[in-house]
Design a protein around this ligand. Structure first.
Ligand code: KIV
Length: 258
């Protein structure tokens, strides 16, 4: 197992794991000193392309954005989402995971789902592919509005059993997306591998956020998102100043000319 992955697992019960998404070199470079994991998430579909569903994200665009992000990642573990319908069966999953790893030089891939894809995950792990799991809200298969998971006893049992099963099949950590807090606490305490929460409370071993939400570029009102920056405002202000200086002929000055 890759040392970087061992280091992530070893953080469990010692130090929280910091994970953010990135889809390009400059952003990856800026966050890399502060993250343990950088995820090239298929959330890029909604964040960058304004798709209403991640189902439209292609393998090609995941690979291209990951290649860009790779250039900015020195220390963090790099994980790439396998997009919708690229892991329908064992051989397809292995072929595409190998392609992603070869072309992007990422350390691991992430797949969404529990028991329905456990054999596929097992196959990847047996073939030395490092896999991160993803339970709770599964955007690639969700229908309708996203609702938090773990309200009903049956659903709680299924998510808990799925988490145990994924651990058994060899994933090195599991993203829990919008899982009710007492359930994410239970899963986190039962598993030996770390849980990375998004909208799943402080009980998880780590936290992940979509970078554009964090920096205030994406103006979202999702309950679990905290805006740690105000980039949209910064961009507006910069564009306004640029316009003002071009109109008043202050920019470009002599020093900006050849
Ligand atoms: O696609 C993504 O960015 C993700 C995170 C929200 C965990 O899967």
């Amino acid at each position: 197992m890759l040392q970087k992955i061992k280091n992530i697992i070893n953080k469990k019960n010692k130090s929280k794991i910091i994970c953010l998404t990135a889809y390009s070199k400059n952003v990856a470079e800026a966050i890399d000193p502060y993250t343990d994991i950088i995820l090239i998430g298929d959330s890029l579909g909604s964040v960058l392309y304004n798709y209403t569903t991640t189902k439209k994200v292609t393998l090609h665009s995941m690979i291209e954005h990951s290649k860009s992000a790779r250039q900015g990642i020195k220390n963090s573990l790099m994980v790439v989402d396998m997009p919708y319908r690229t892991y329908n069966n064992k051989s397809e999953a292995l072929r595409n995971a190998k392609k992603i790893i070869k072309q992007t030089k990422c350390d691991a891939v992430k797949l969404e789902g529990g028991s329905s894809i456990s054999k596929i995950i097992e196959h990847l792990v047996k073939n030395k592919i490092a896999v991160m799991g993803h339970l709770g809200i599964l955007p690639q298969s969700a229908k309708g509005k996203f609702k938090f998971k773990g309200k009903e006893p049956r659903e709680r049992k299924k998510i808990l059993n799925d988490a145990k099963l994924l651990q058994k099949k060899g994933v090195f950590s599991i993203v829990l997306e919008c899982v009710e807090k007492t359930l994410s606490k239970e899963i986190t305490s039962v598993l030996k591998i770390p849980t990375i929460g998004i909208g799943s409370s402080q009980h998880c071993d780590g936290q992940v956020l979509v970078i554009d939400d964090l920096i205030g570029l994406n103006e979202t009102k999702i309950k679990f998102v905290k805006k740690f920056g105000s980039n949209k405002k910064d961009i507006r202000e910069a564009a306004y100043k640029f316009k003002k200086e071009v109109l008043s002929k202050k920019y470009p000055a002599k020093k900006h000319s050849y």
